[in-house]
Design a protein around this ligand. Sequence first.
Ligand SMILES: C[S@@+](CC[C@H](N)C(=O)[O-])C[C@H]1O[C@@H](n2cnc3c(N)ncnc32)[C@H](O)[C@@H]1O
Length: 242
Amino acid sequence: METILPYKSSQKNKKEQVAEMFDKISPTYDLLNHLLSAGIDKIWRRKALAMLKGNQPQFILDVATGTADLAILAQKMLNPKQIIGIDISEGMLALGREKIQKLGLSEKILLQTADSENLPFADNHFDTVMVSFGVRNFAHLEQGLSEIYRVIQPKGKVMILEFSKPSVFPIKQLYQFYSKTFLPWLGKLISKDKAAYQYLPESVEAFPEGKNFVQILEKIGFKNVICKRLSFGICSVYMGEK
Ligand SMILES: C[S@@+](CC[C@H](N)C(=O)[O-])C[C@H]1O[C@@H](n2cnc3c(N)ncnc32)[C@H](O)[C@@H]1O
């Protein structure tokens, strides 16, 4: 898989650049998320979490939690005993903590700084691990996924929501125009970080989606892996079991 960097002339490695980028765009991240997807990101998160409902998860890890939207919705929809959210961007976590506090969920959802490639948890610690729009940004995809596998209990579940690429006419063509032209323009206008919203479509393009990603999850050790495409394949949910 090709390494896509947010700031191409920077000397920093991908992880440092990704943390720096999300720190920079964190103040406008939620607004842009909802604007750029016309609010559909909320529906995607809801659909993905609905796939976990039957398992009644109690101890959930939200990897690359960002501003904690998935963790907050999971608390509302699944009512687990505890959710821990981790991320490498302090800026994103600070906004997540503010939202959690306002909602009175500070005892249920804990956010901490940590790297998906070196999770500070014991083996078999969580019954569920979830990641929304995070794996594409990992510096070492398989290392991050192996760590996720390690901290899940046997029979526990992984749920991963990530962008993919629609393949049917005319959605494919419309989406390409949107993601390569409109999205970087609006992203730059609002976040003032041109590179961040160029990195987004580039990282989606390079990500091994669909059956390729299913194969990677199987190689890591996950069983019964399924992929469900949402909104003509703009986004996909992957579910697997340890
Ligand atoms: C597009 S945001 C997604 C945030 C949130 N999950 C959501 O659905 O809105 C991607 C997040 O992944 C985080 N991230 C990237 N690499 C990471 C890593 N190695 N470990 C933990 N978090 C990481 C970034 O800091 C950023 O907050």
